[in-house]
Design a protein around this ligand. Structure first.
Ligand SMILES: Nc1ncnc2c1ncn2[C@@H]1O[C@H](COP(=O)(O)OP(=O)(O)OP(=O)(O)O)[C@@H](O)[C@H]1O
Length: 249
């Protein structure tokens, strides 16, 4: 599904502040896999997501998504496969626009204009039904500007927009770091349910070791631009938070 072969990303090449953020990393991530990435500050986690999403093009190596070599494809050309949720709930939605208009914008992103979108009642009904599944009581507020909602409500809606948009890969870059503990737990639960329901390939970058233990089918630790640990299957399921903590030495 995602095949990463020998990628290297160096910033400020030839300058005194040169840094190799990703150092010859190879990874195969299968369809339906939910990978959690942990690692110290500056270990290359966000750079890896940027390379997968197409915000960056690696100095070396290749990235293949769904059999397509996307290494030199810009972000917008990969958006039919990939959705990304950021730490800041304000990213990913247009605050002044209503909830329903944000869903319309998301639908336009990958679908031919006119199909499925429009101002028609069928679209509003579908969005309302999907929003109701979040159990946040937002389905009766779809005409309200999305900027009036809390961070947790916005992250939940952004997640829903991503999956309704038929993405296959969901990149979660510390999606709950700006939320209070209850909202964070709620949003992680929603993300996990959507990943399962829509059979997504997911990559979660987090500093929350509890989430790293509770969620995902695989956990990777990055350090200095390299993969230090890669735990999958029963070993991942049995991993304890204290063991994960010990990885950080
Ligand atoms: N655009 C850039 N220009 C220069 N250096 C960069 C750039 N982006 C990242 N770096 C550097 O690359 C290294 C890896 O950064 P990255 O943001 O990927 O780490 P991270 O593991 O996501 O860190 P954190 O946990 O703090 O978010 C760091 O040394 C960082 O300073």
């Amino acid at each position: 599904m995602i095949e990463i072969k020998g990628i290297t990303q160096t910033f400020n090449t030839g300058k005194t502040n040169q840094v190799t953020a990703i150092d010859n990393v190879s990874l195969n991530i299968e369809q339906d896999e939910f990978v959690v990435i942990v690692g110290a500050n500056g270990s290359g986690k966000t750079t890896l997501l940027n390379l997968i999403a197409g915000n960056l093009s690696p100095n070396k190596g290749t990235i293949v998504i769904e059999g397509n070599d996307v290494t030199r494809l810009p972000e917008y050309s990969r958006s039919k496969w990939i959705a990304r949720i950021f730490q800041n709930p304000l990213s990913g939605t247009a605050g002044d626009l209503s909830i329903i208009d944000n869903f319309r914008l998301a639908a336009i992103r990958t679908k031919p204009k006119g199909l499925f979108i429009g101002k028609d009642a069928a679209f509003s009904k579908l969005v309302k039904e999907q929003i109701a599944t979040l159990n946040m009581g937002l389905e009766d507020k779809i005409e309200q500007p999305i900027g009036t909602l809390s961070g947790g409500q916005r992250q939940a809606l952004t997640l829903l927009m991503s999956v309704m948009d038929e993405c296959k890969i969901l990149l979660l870059d510390e999606p709950t770091a700006a939320l209070d503990p209850k909202s964070a737990a709620n949003v992680m639960g929603i993300a996990n349910n959507l990943i399962k329901e829509y059979k997504l390939t997911a990559i979660l970058v987090t500093h929350n070791l509890k989430d790293a233990v509770n969620y995902g089918s695989r956990v990777i630790q990055m350090g200095e631009g390299a993969v230090l640990k890669d735990i999958i299957g029963p070993e991942k399921q049995q991993l304890k938070q204290s063991e994960l903590f010990d990885w950080f030495g």
